[in-house]
Design a protein around this ligand. Structure first.
Ligand SMILES: O=C(O)CCC(=O)C(=O)O
Ligand SMILES: [Fe+2]
Length: 391
């Protein structure tokens, strides 16, 4: 690493992971372990988008909630030419991108030129991960939007109805150094996701929604300072999933995602990701008419203000779904929540108080050393909630 880079990285490391002393970033020597960044499993079904229409995809995969890797869905994206490390380093050289959050929930940012130097020249156990959700609102970074299109299978996007400024964050542009990743989690608000890989390789494990969190989540005794990191999961939990004693009803689906492939993660599924080499990807979460009943329940419970606006817009634009909300029992069980704190099963005050603000939201998108929140505008809110959840 260049000495300027090192200087910037030292300061960013301290802000993004205040619990780690400088020497603790490399304490496990994972850099020297080739095993964790290798994978020969291929347990997630693959399909070729050239032979499957949107309607077929919805009936065969989205409705039955089947995880699947889709080939040839994004072959025409300009991103394959535009998002090479060289070109990104030139076009966005001095733009600052989010690589983490500080203890107050504020974004920690780093210029592209420093991040790319760090990404290819660090020995960290779980390196910083560039995970940017607000590129759409930024004069220069918003040029990234021109380089991809939402794939045709995923074009229904009901949160669009509440407006760009009111909807929860929904798209993330990601550059992951080797060994960086996303700890085990369920995506927020019952949303499903697609994740499109432009370059590099991602190792995925996916588990059914019914898998008990106690089986899947590393604890502080497994790894006192790194329990939420993707690599920690692969070191600590993954080996257990491969034993004959692992419960058969919670199968581990493991696969490598290759460049050009899009993975579909249905709402409610647990998933964990490790970047096997330097990756560039874009991912979006969505509410469609298929996952609408679950998402609606979650929105009413944790974003009461947004749910009112959502219903108002649905009445005008999707009266069928507006009528459907009357039949949904929002107090019923919708399976595991998306929060990651092991102690938290309590519901937010929003559940019972219609006047409470959306700030009581407990649905965040927390992963590894980057916490992706589903809150817009005030990132500190999420941190506040996460703290209060753990009390
Ligand atoms: O590519 C990754 O790191 C996984 C991202 C993910 O699961 C998420 O953003 O929810
Ligand atoms: Fe996710």
């Amino acid at each position: 690493m260049n000495s300027r880079t090192l200087k910037r990285i030292s300061s960013v490391r301290l802000k993004a992971r205040s619990e780690l002393k400088p020497e603790e970033w490399e304490q496990h020597h994972y850099y020297y372990d080739q095993n964790v960044v290798s994978c020969f499993k291929n347990q997630i079904e693959r399909i070729d988008a050239r032979n499957i229409t949107r309607e077929e995809f919805i009936e065969k995969y989205e409705r039955p909630a089947k995880p699947v890797i889709i080939q040839h869905l994004i072959d025409d994206w300009p991103a394959f030419e535009k998002w090479t490390v060289e070109k990104l380093g030139r076009k966005y050289r001095n733009q600052r991108f989010k690589v983490g959050e500080d203890d107050d929930g504020k974004s920690v940012k780093l210029k592209m030129k420093y991040f790319l130097d760090y990404a290819s020249n660090n020995h960290d156990d779980s390196p910083l991960y560039l995970f940017e959700s607000s590129f759409g609102e930024h004069p220069k970074k918003k040029r990234l939007i021109d380089d991809y299109d939402v794939p045709e299978y995923f074009t229904e996007d009901l949160f669009q109805l509440v407006g760009e400024h009111r909807r929860p964050p929904y798209r993330w542009w990601c550059i992951g150094p080797q060994r960086s990743g996303t700890g085990i989690h369920i995506d927020p608000l019952g949303t499903s996701a697609w994740n499109a890989l432009i370059s590099g390789h991602k190792r995925w494990c996916i588990f059914p929604p019914s898998t008990p969190r106690e089986l899947l989540k590393p604890t502080s005794s497994d790894s006192p300072k790194n329990k939420d990191e993707g690599i920690t999961w692969f070191k600590v939990i993954y080996p257990r999933t491969q034993l004959s004693s692992w419960p058969k009803q919670y199968p581990c689906l493991e696969a490598v995602q290759y460049p050009g492939e899009v993975i579909f993660v249905p709402g409610g599924y647990w998933h964990v990701v490790l970047n096997m080499d330097l990756t560039v990807a874009v991912t979006q979460n969505f509410c469609s008419s298929v996952n609408f009943p679950t998402v609606w329940t979650r929105v009413v419970r944790s974003r009461p203000k947004m749910s009112k606006k959502f219903l108002e817009r649905l009445k005008r634009r999707r009266p069928d779904l507006a009528r459907l909300t009357e039949k949904i029992d929002v107090n019923g069980d919708t399976g595991p929540r998306s929060d990651t704190s092991s102690s938290s099963s309590s519901s937010s005050s929003a559940d019972s108080s219609p006047d409470s603000t959306d700030e009581s939201d407990t649905e965040s998108k927390p992963t590894g050393n980057h916490q992706r929140s589903f809150e817009k505008g005030d990132e500190s809110v999420v941190k506040k909630i996460r703290v209060s959840e753990q009390q």
